[in-house]
Ligand binder design. Sequence first.
Ligand code: SF4
Length: 109
Amino acid sequence: MTISVLDRNRADEAVQGDLGDLHDAAAQVDDELLPCRTNDAELWFAESPSDVEFAKTLCRDCPVQALCLNGALERREPWGVWGGELFLQGVVIPRKRPRGRPRKDEAAA
Ligand code: SF4
């Protein structure tokens, strides 16, 4: 059984805000059209920057992408990929940084 991003956060609705609109919209389309239901949901909360970028790419084809993104912005999602964007502490960030200290040549850039 695949647990999607939507399912993962259902238990946290009281804390993160109402996901009812997104669940209702997602219920109108086949699960096969929802990338976070047909792929490993861990991609949307991955540690690996390349996995996060892959999840963002998969969201582009999602029929509820705009609703997902708008809801995540309103709820100020603490983390994860939502609507094709990476959230950290409630804001969209361009990319996930790899673990560890930045390389010296990256810090100068
Ligand atoms: S936009 Fe991405 S995270 Fe949101 S429902 Fe679609 S696949 Fe899942």
